[in-house]
Ligand binder design. Structure first.
Ligand SMILES: *[C@@H]1O[C@H](CO)[C@@H](O)[C@H](O)[C@H]1NC(C)=O
Ligand SMILES: *[C@@H]1O[C@H](CO)[C@@H](O)[C@H](O)[C@H]1NC(C)=O
Length: 361
């Protein structure tokens, strides 16, 4: 017990020293020793912060020695429950240099005879040392009866990306979940599995700032925008319709935070009025079709036609709407002949009296 306490004290001092300045640490940090610890990737070796780029610092990373690490990174936490042991995080957060205490339950010890060990959160986001194993103390008591089986922890490598955080340990057979820093979108699979041969099922995803592809072209319209391959969230692009076409929908689209554009409008065609020698009601005004611009009405416009009563000499109305170039006369409508129009203009259906509502019952 005494030796285990000393051991943890040593680790604490060591962990604290790794947070001191690089020059102090140089004296206290062990030289990189490779090959005598379990398989791990040491971050880039360094002497000073400036060798490490802007997001990393030159810190003491245990047996890796002074290495470029991102101190904000975290090790897997919480850990899945272990057999016959309790795990406690000794630091406020599971970030670089945090300490983890593993204590065997009463009656169990580790293969080295101790019942407690400390693991440190390394620069590669893994806890130092091997996965601890607690075995029944009685086995140990039997002298050489049972050699503990140390299962080396096999795992897949975790991504080296400050924008991508991972939940899970990356141990063989386990799954991990990825998350991007806020303001970034994940491109790729958000979950992954570590295969037996220590390869991932999928490549790690990437985190990128959301962007929109070039917006959709609109038939019979133009985009008022600088041509770019990508647009940023919040970018706005205007649409204009070609002459005579009516914009249906908003005149602008915006790149949304999920990388899609807001609703795209359409440009709708005008409709020729299918009446020539009869007045129609457009926009509340009764008028001759040839008095309308190009004898056309705009998309969405209502056109009211005059039809003759099947038996009486009176008229009733029927309304049709222009839909993107399509406007058909109601079935009751008959366009007067040229002779009717020229010789008896006052007898045209659109000019005679309206039927009494009672006649239309
Ligand atoms: C993107 O966000 C908008 C608005 O929040 C939503 O209407 C749209 O369905 C989303 N599109 C996708 C592909 O998630
Ligand atoms: C056309 O008529 C419909 C139905 O009466 C009405 O809802 C619509 O507002 C009208 N459209 C126009 C442009 O007046």
């Amino acid at each position: 017990m005494e030796s285990s306490l000393l051991f943890s004290l040593f680790l604490c001092v060591w962990a604290l020293s790794s947070l001191t300045t690089a020059s102090e640490a140089t004296e206290q940090c062990p030289e990189r020793t490779l090959g005598n610890e379990r398989r791990r990737a040491c971050p880039k070796k360094c002497q000073q912060d400036k060798e490490c780029g802007n997001k990393r610092q030159c810190l003491c990373d245990g047996q890796c020695g002074l290495s470029c690490v991102a101190p904000g990174r975290t090790c897997p936490w919480p850990l899945p429950p272990g057999k016959h042991l309790d795990v406690a995080l000794l630091s406020p957060s599971p970030s670089f240099s945090a300490l983890l205490e593993i204590r065997c339950k009463t009656g169990y010890t580790m293969p080295n005879g101790l019942d407690v060990t400390i693991r440190r959160c390394q620069g590669d986001r893994q806890w130092s040392g091997d996965e601890p194993v607690c075995i029944a103390a009685s086995q140990e008591d039997g002298g050489h009866a049972a050699m503990p089986v140390l299962v080396p922890e096999a795992s897949c490598s975790l991504p080296e990306n400050d924008l991508l955080s991972v939940q899970g340990s990356g141990a063989v057979g386990s799954t991990i979940q990825y998350k991007c820093a806020s303001g970034y979108v994940l491109v790729g699979h958000s979950e992954n599995m570590c295969h037996e041969n220590q390869t991932w099922q999928y490549p790690h995803p990437i985190c990128r700032r959301p962007s929109c592809p070039p917006p959709q072209e609109v038939d019979r319209g133009h985009l008022v925008a600088i041509q770019r391959a990508e647009y940023e969230v919040g970018d706005t692009i205007y649409y204009l319709c070609k002459k005579t076409f009516l914009l249906d929908g908003p005149n602008q689209v915006t790149c949304l935070p999920n990388g899609t554009w807001s609703a795209v409008p359409a440009c709708r065609a005008r409709c020729p009025v299918p009446a020539h020698r009869s007045r129609v009601i457009v926009d509340g005004v009764k008028r001759w079709p040839y008095d309308l611009t190009d004898s056309m009405v705009a998309h969405g416009e209502n056109v009211t036609f005059f039809c003759q009563h099947p038996e009486k000499l009176c008229s009733f109305t029927a309304t049709e709407v222009c839909v993107d170039g399509q406007l058909t006369a109601p079935s009751c409508y008959l366009d007067p002949t040229w002779l009717q129009f020229k010789l008896f203009p006052h007898r045209l259906v659109s000019e005679i009296d309206a039927c009494d509502p009672a006649d239309l019952q």
